[in-house]
Every structure is written in C-alpha cells, then in structure tokens.
Write a protein that binds this ligand. Structure first.
Ligand SMILES: Cc1cc2nc3c(=O)[nH]c(=O)nc-3n(C[C@H](O)[C@H](O)[C@H](O)COP(=O)(O)OP(=O)(O)OC[C@H]3O[C@@H](n4cnc5c(N)ncnc54)[C@H](O)[C@@H]3O)c2cc1C
Length: 387
C-alpha cells in the first residue's frame, strides 16, 4: 500500500523531533517515524542531562546558540515542561581558547568572566579547579528526555503524526517531488517486524538517523555523499554526591598535554549535576567504534577505571566508588562539525559529534528551512564542506 504524504521525518531522536516541531509550527503536514518506543535508550538523545554549554568561539555555533536559547523557552511555554536550567558552566584546565571564547560571547549577548580557582572552589566546593576558570552564567543543563518528549508532544499538538515502533527499511528518491519511504511496523516488546511494510510517497523527506545514518541513507540515497561518520559507544557515569547541599555548575576540564600527571586521561572531561542521579562525568569521543545494531551497552573497564580516578582526583564532592554507568552513541564527522544539508527532496541532519543537543531547536529550524527552500544551511555544515 502506498500512501501520499507531505513531509516525512525519519528518526525521532532530538534532531528529528525538533524538525517535526518546527515544520508543524509552519503548518506543514508532518509524519515523524521512529523505530523504537518513546523514551528509548538506544541512540544519542536519552538521559536527564546535557550541557547547554556556550563556550564556543566559532560564529556559526554562537549564532545557533543565540537562536536556541529563546527557542528552548518557546518549547517550554508551548509544552508546559521545563527543559533548561541555567545553572552556569565552569571551564577550567589548559584550554588555549579561553580568551577567544571570552571575547566572542558578549557579541552574542552571553556573559563570560574569569574566576580564580580559589574563588570558584569556594562557590562550588564539589569540584577541584585547575587554574583560572572561565565561567558562563547563561549556560546550563538540558533535560534530554524531557526535551525530546516535549518536542514530539508539541509537534503532535500542532497536527504532526508521531509514529513510534516504525522502522524505515528503505528510502528511494523517485523525482524532485516524490520519495518512497518503506516503513516496517515493529512489535513494541520484541522489536520484531509486526505486519506488512507500508510505503509513504513523500514530497519531502528529512533524515535524522543519528548512528544509523550511514547504514540506511548511505545505502539508499547515493546522491547524498556523506562524509565519513564514526559511531562510538560513549560511557560516562553518574557519581553519587557526598553532600546533597552542594550546588554544581556544568563543567568542562581540559588536560595539560605537557604534564605527565594527565597521562591517564582519555580526552577532556565534561560533566554536570543531574538531579536525582548525581554528578555526571565523561570522556569525550573516545568510546569503542561500534555498529549501532550490535552494541554491548557495557563500559570498557580501563576507561571506566580512569574516569573513576578522575572523579577521585578532581571531584571531591563526588564518590568515585558509588556510580552508575551510562551508554550512549556519538556519530562523529572528521572535523566534528555537523552535517546539515539537502539534495533535491531529501534533507539530512547527522554527525552531531557528541555536542549537538544544545543546538537542537535551531537545527530543527534549519531542516525546516531546507524543506521549505527558504534558506541554506550554514556553509560549515554543508555536504560539500572540506572536512
Ligand atoms: C554520552 C553523551 C553525552 C552528550 N553530552 C552532550 C552535552 O552535554 N551537550 C550537547 O549539546 N550534546 C551532548 N551530546 C550529543 C547529543 O546528545 C547528540 O548530538 C544528539 O542527541 C544527537 O541527536 P540525533 O537526533 O542526531 O540522534 P539520535 O537521538 O540517536 O536519533 C536518531 C533516531 O533515529 C532512530 N532510528 C534509527 N534507525 C531508524 C529507522 N530505520 N527507522 C526509524 N527510526 C530510526 C533511532 O531510534 C533514534 O531515535 C551527548 C551525547 C552523548 C551520547
């Protein structure tokens, strides 16, 4: 059976849900297809915390953050759900970009100030600060689970059809006005195919498949020349707090590359306090390369041990022996810049490289513009960009 549709969004994580919301707000007839159930933990957009980190020096990212902050508030107003808590973010360690970031932020209406490690330690005794601290007060924590469900509910409230347990098995471009999308319904419990494949004949398709992008889009829409996308299984953890009265900013900690006491570090560390779960800390983009359909969901022991050592040495307010592991996917491009572009009737949003969540509503707006032909994506995200 073939059903005609206007805009079909394939993949209901953060980016697909934001595209559906932005398109529905414009009165587009949108169908969002998600393979798993609401709140699933198979991809990159689950969990109760993400850093709304403002510490970028690049204009493309700063202008998207400037746009995202009011959009997150609009989503909250529309859905009645709070998703962003501006607890601020403290950057410390040997990061040579601090001055450039501190001078770029005010151009976009964001404050930035430097604190001594003593001043910061007094304010946030749960963290041992490493040199001067670049503090951005308008930064904060996003509740990823709440945000994704709010986006889907807000899109549905504006007429979008949100279908979970709907696995897209093929995408075929027929013409500039027709893309055939084959959808296999799956059993919510077993995940096995349940019923006949249905084909949607869409005028426009948005593909936001996260870790599955190369697998499905790479094989079925050759006209979209994706850059190499590396899927990794990342393994941060929540550490119990020792004192529940402590307040915590989000944090980023950069290692000192010439100091051997940082040799056990796998990368810089990011983190934040997650209400009810503790202090989250994680290495960035160094997880095992995986096939998203064949994951272990088990932490690599050496990396976990190193993360616990980090907590022992740098998070005095956290208990390194009382922790809960997290498993999540990054889909990383060669330069960690996103892929947001379109070819004919197909638009794609992929390769968010472990730092996309904060930009979600703005990425949704760009994808809606691409569908409507009302604006190009930033050159930095183009499929043609040299990476
Ligand atoms: C551990 C971790 C920490 C992070 N921390 C931060 C942070 O602090 N700040 C920040 O800004 N960003 C952070 N990120 C990055 C951010 O979470 C991601 O960039 C973002 O969630 C990517 O969203 P997505 O929609 O592209 O991917 P996903 O959420 O993975 O969405 C893809 C969707 O496609 C669906 N799908 C797959 N195959 C099919 C199919 N065949 N048919 C239908 N649907 C399908 C999947 O089920 C999934 O729901 C972090 C990511 C991780 C993993």
């Amino acid at each position: 059976m073939v059903t005609r549709a206007d805009v079909v969004v394939v993949g209901g994580g953060a980016m697909g849900s934001a595209a559906a919301w932005q398109l529905a707000r414009r009165g587009r007839e949108v169908t969002l297809l998600e393979r798993f159930g609401p709140g699933h933990t198979q991809g990159a957009s689950h969990g109760a915390s993400r850093n709304f980190n403002l510490s970028y020096g690049e204009d493309t990212y700063l202008s998207l953050l400037h746009e995202a902050l009011p959009l997150w508030r609009e989503l909250e107003a529309e859905s009645g759900v709070t998703v962003l808590d501006q607890v601020g973010l403290a950057n410390h360690g040997a990061n040579p970009a601090f001055d450039a970031v501190a001078s770029a932020l005010p151009t976009y209406g964001f404050d930035a100030s430097f604190l001594t490690p003593e001043e910061a330690g007094e304010r946030w005794p749960g963290i041992r600060f490493d040199g001067r601290v670049l503090f951005t007060p308008q930064a904060g924590r996003l509740d990823a689970d709440a945000a994704v469900s709010a986006l889907q509910r807000a899109a549905a409230a504006r007429g979008a059809v949100v279908r979970h347990h709907s696995r897209v098995v093929a995408i075929r471009v027929v013409s500039d006005e027709s893309v055939l999308v084959d959808v296999q319904p799956v059993d919510p419990i077993s995940g096995e195919p349940a019923g006949a494949v249905e084909t949607l004949d869409a005028r426009r398709v948005v593909v936001t498949l996260g870790a599955w992008t190369s697998k499905l889009l790479g094989s079925s829409v050759p006209s979209i020349a994706l850059p190499r996308l590396v899927v990794t299984q990342e393994q941060p953890a929540h550490f119990a707090v020792r004192d529940t009265t402590l307040t915590w900013p989000g944090f980023n900690h950069a290692p000192n590359p010439v100091d051997p006491s940082y040799d056990y570090w796998y990368s810089g560390v990011y983190g934040m306090f997650t209400p009810g779960q503790g202090v989250k800390a994680g290495w960035h983009g160094v997880g095992a390369v995986v096939d998203p359909d064949a994951r272990t969901f088990v932490s690599e022991p050496a990396q976990l041990a190193a993360l616990r050592r980090y907590a022992r040495e740098w998070l005095p307010g956290a208990d390194p022996d009382d922790f809960v592991e997290i498993s999540c996917t990054y889909t990383t491009t060669p330069d960690s810049n996103f892929v947001v572009d379109s070819v004919g009737p197909v638009s794609v949003g992929a390769g968010f490289s472990g730092h996309g969540f904060k930009f979600t509503p703005s990425i949704g707006r760009i994808l809606a513009d691409l569908v409507d032909g009302t604006g190009p994506a930033p050159a930095l995200f183009s499929l043609a960009a040299a990476r």
